[in-house]
Design a protein around this ligand. Sequence first.
Ligand code: SIN
Ligand code: CO
Length: 390
Amino acid sequence: MNTGIRWPLGLSTDTFLREYWQKKPLLIRNALNGFREAVTPDELAGLACEHGVESRLICKRGRKRWTVDYGPFDEGRFSTLPEKQWTLLVTEVNRHVPQAATLLDRFSFIPNWRVDDVMVSYAVPGGGVGPHVDSYDVFLLQGRGQRRWRYHLNRTSDVTFVNGLALRILSHFEPEADEVLGPGDMLYLPPGFAHDGVAVTECTTYSVGFRAPNRGELTAAFVRSFEDDRSLTDLYTDRDLREHDEPGELTEAARVRVRAMIRRIDLSDAAIDAAFAQFASMLKPGHVLDPPRKRVAGTEVKERLQKGVSLARSEECRFVFFPSGKRTINFYYGSNQERLSGAEARLARAVCRQRRLNAQTLGARDALSKEGLAAIARWINAGALSFVGR
Ligand code: SIN
Ligand code: CO
């Protein structure tokens, strides 16, 4: 897989995954072929003023004093800030800036469902969020300027935080590595490795984050998959109810019946796989697929693809599939689920592989076939794909 990452000498995507992913940090100098900044500090500040964009402004006021303010901010806010020791962080920039979205394609060696977001921070000298640990795998890509990263090379054992702060700052932090990153350099950190990035000069940092759900989240998602079951065939029934003096009691008979109902939950592989796929592709709170105002037909899709117009994949949801039988796949995006085979299945897999698509990358024969055009039109009309420059 060619991701455009320039692994250090002797490493490849395969050896990175085997030796570093989830195991230990890796510093990669000049990490990306053709790296260009996705947003300027001014654009980032502009985003932080918009409703529906999540942002934080963190100022360091003393050795253990920090303040955190949450956006959206007034435009004038940034001109009132000091020259040192603050940082602005904007999450989910991939939803708002196309180049931040396509940056994620460089990391397609990690499965789609693990992707969280691209967060971008801007900091003035001395700015940072303090020493902390994340529960995420993260690639910290330096945009402009320089940032000094001090971090642990072994998983952090002492995770106690300074009391009474709005930020979770480690009370003890003895760094084991100390590096200054410049434009295009990147630091990979697995979850649980303490780190502290302080701006040396005015700088931007792109945090490409990968979530790992815990068992509680996965179980909750599995249970949620039953919520829509409104069937009347498995209702609680108590036809044997008799007169009683204790209306508050959950009787033995009731408890036996409820235990049996819960134990009838389908824990088959198929039921769990379906719930997992729904969880993997589910819209996050506040995310919505944005269908076009005017529905498109297959003929229009054909015309545009033949003219070389590209399609962009929505950043609102994740696109995943799993095989079901030899030639069929279950394809999930947002709350949509489709069972596909043939050209449709091949197209869905191409959509899962990259964020920008055209007739060539989709496979022209499949894309321009009757069922292929209908599938692409369906995905556009669901808001999962859109023509670039529509
Ligand atoms: C930052 O960009 O300043 C914070 C990123 C991180 O430490 O996770
Ligand atoms: Co962090």
